[in-house]
Write a protein that binds this ligand. Sequence first.
Ligand SMILES: C[S@@+](CC[C@H](N)C(=O)[O-])C[C@H]1O[C@@H](n2cnc3c(N)ncnc32)[C@H](O)[C@@H]1O
Length: 249
Amino acid sequence: MLGPRHFEAHAETYERARPPYPAQLWARLAELGLLVPGVRVLELGAGTGQATGPMVDAGARVLAVEPGAELAARLRRRFPQVEVRVGTAEDVPLPAAAFEVAVAATSVHWFDLDVVLPKVHRALVPGGSFAVWRNVFGDPSVPLTPFRQRVVQIKPPGREPPRPGPGELDTTAWVEQLTRSGHFSLSHVEQFPWAIELSTEQVRDLFTTFSNWDPAEVAEAAGAVEELGGRVLEHYLTPLIVLQRADGL
Ligand SMILES: C[S@@+](CC[C@H](N)C(=O)[O-])C[C@H]1O[C@@H](n2cnc3c(N)ncnc32)[C@H](O)[C@@H]1O
């Protein structure tokens, strides 16, 4: 199943398998003054809360929007203090001038930006920020590991069904998409490299959650880990774009 409904269909696996975001990202958001105790955060496409948890831990008051009912139910169970609204970023009603920060963590590529950017602009207070980031599972600047060589064989570059929007590491194109309506300007862009060791089971679970991998491909990837000794070190990237709400619109 391709597309955003994939996550809802694999909600249980998603909650268990998606790795957290790197500590450097949270440190930077705190340094930029975006993640401070009491900050009101609008989170769009929250899933089961991989980004929600650290924001709650930092003292943020989060309103989370998530279209998948099962994902939203899991989010509510994990974080009872978070207000969860089931709906898309495009359709869910939002209060005006109610948040200092809006966040889209590995979700902005699913949004209709013509609808969502003006809506986020309206929901933020003057001077508010929209922080957009995602986990990219594979760092092209790191020489291919034996496992990554197998991944390329299973899914040769260019043969993957595309996700919507520019490439996941094409930050320049994303900044253009996110600023061209004039609702936001660029305030900060950065990329965080990090690594994580994964077992065969963790690779099976994680790759199952990828909306562009089918079950046979996932089984091949898990088989590759098994052949390589049952554990692999994966190098990932987390690009971050912070946008400033434009005044006077
Ligand atoms: C890759 S997951 C990321 C979830 C979570 N933010 C995280 O960091 O793990 C993408 C999420 O976006 C949600 N989503 C898809 N289309 C959406 C839309 N139009 N509005 C809001 N959320 C959407 C999906 O249901 C899914 O939970």
